[in-house]
Design a protein around this ligand. Sequence first.
Ligand code: GUN
Length: 287
Amino acid sequence: MLNKLLNGRKLSIKIKSEIFEKIKNEILNKKKRVPNLGIILIGNNKSSILYVNNKIKECKNVGIKSTLIKLPRNIEENVLLEKIHFMNENPIIDGFIIQLPIEKHINKNKIILTINPKKDVDGFHPENIGKMILGMDCFYPATALGIITLLKRNNIKIKGKYTVVIGRSLIVGRPISILMSRDNCIGNSTVTLIHSKTIDIEFYTKKADIIIVAVGIPKFITGKMIKKGAIVIDVGIHNISNKIIGDVDFKSVYKKASYITPVPGGIGPMTIVMLLKNTLKAALNNR
Ligand code: GUN
């Protein structure tokens, strides 16, 4: 029977060992300084703490150091900006992230604009977003890069296929819509980006060859909303009564899809591994 599952966990383990090898050969064996990822975490959001702890653990697993700065929920914007300058200017920090979401009293765009684009391993700074649109070398946002890599390494052809992306976030929807449509070996797909204000979502999803779901609503996409043989990428992650589920109703969609990412074990582990990859890229670029 065809294995429909796009196993992100298994692939992420393989890519982690590739990253570890590269660090060993290109950094440790050449007696260069160990890469270091800076992380700024604001407040006590349970999911954010979990994600950050996971990022630190995975850094350690491949030989990347991490430097965590924890700030209180009510941190003043200028104090946060000082911490960003500290990360920008500290030569031992190769790249850094500010874990999102951040508190409403802080101007997110001002924060993003303050990050040195050469250390922006999240790929959120306008210089990196602009370079991505232009097809230039830059940091791609980790989740979007994780999706592209999972498709590529499973030899899934997307050229000429109709992709529907659901959700227009900075983190996933907007960057993945650009990467899927670009003129590149993984690209050349015809993309429609739909979102919460789209009228008749099923009109689009029923036509899609590939559906990428990042809406943040549990079981939003069901089997009756997709066509037979569709490839379904689920970016959602929710803890409902101690069970981890995605934005896709796995049971009904699995029956009709040709490929589907599980939750957990699909895009989640790919995202973290792409952050490690970006950190290594920053370390090799910036020295
Ligand atoms: N919160 C959820 N996903 C992400 C991400 O990719 N980067 C950052 N900085 N915060 C996030």
